[in-house]
Design a protein around this ligand. Sequence first.
Ligand SMILES: Cc1cc2nc3c(=O)[nH]c(=O)nc-3n(C[C@H](O)[C@H](O)[C@H](O)COP(=O)(O)O)c2cc1C
Length: 213
Amino acid sequence: MEFDLAQTDALLSTTRAVRKRLDLEREVPRSVIDECLELAVQAPTAGNSQTWRWLVIDDADLRAKVAQSYRTALAESFFRDQAHAAAERGEAQTSRVYDSAAWLADNLHKVPVFVIPCVEGRPEPGAHAAFQASVYGSIYPAMWSFQLALRSRGLGSTLTTIHLFKEQEVAEILGVPDGILQVALLPVAYTKGTDFKRAVRPPASEITHWNGW
Ligand SMILES: Cc1cc2nc3c(=O)[nH]c(=O)nc-3n(C[C@H](O)[C@H](O)[C@H](O)COP(=O)(O)O)c2cc1C
């Protein structure tokens, strides 16, 4: 099998956190979410555990309730302090991210679909790093595949974790049973245009160590 590297490299390098360019007016068919989730579950899991569970919310009342929890979580978290600190340090790129993240919080209820990736089982407090890595590492690759699949179909999302400060509140809204760990919240919509760019990042060569640190 030969891949079109121009296409695959473009997909891998231009799948961004999309917030202000989410099209809040356009409906997202359930079939496209199902299709992207089918691709997502091709991702690896520790010991082939496949403990991932996917909670998809397109009901407007539920989205409004979850969005309210998200906003409360953000308001009570480190977010404003860190946004302020980034602005003080004159970090333009990071300040833009905080501004965009605040916009997403304010408008979250308008995003047509939320996907909450979950895992069956929760690491004990103080669990060994290897165990924690296998729990989170068994859902993050799938979340990223899901985002890539969205991008290749003209949709976009942002991986968000802020609502986890209110995980229990959201569990009650959505009837999530005990023992199911919510890992993130991905607000999904079609994007306004598809011309996303590579991010400015320091070269990987500057942070890569060969044959020892
Ligand atoms: C673990 C993780 C948690 C994140 N949490 C949030 C969040 O709560 N809210 C948000 O708006 N963005 C969140 N993001 C998105 C990042 O802000 C975004 O990926 C980063 O600014 C780089 O932008 P890019 O993905 O477009 O390159 C999160 C990303 C990761 C990987």
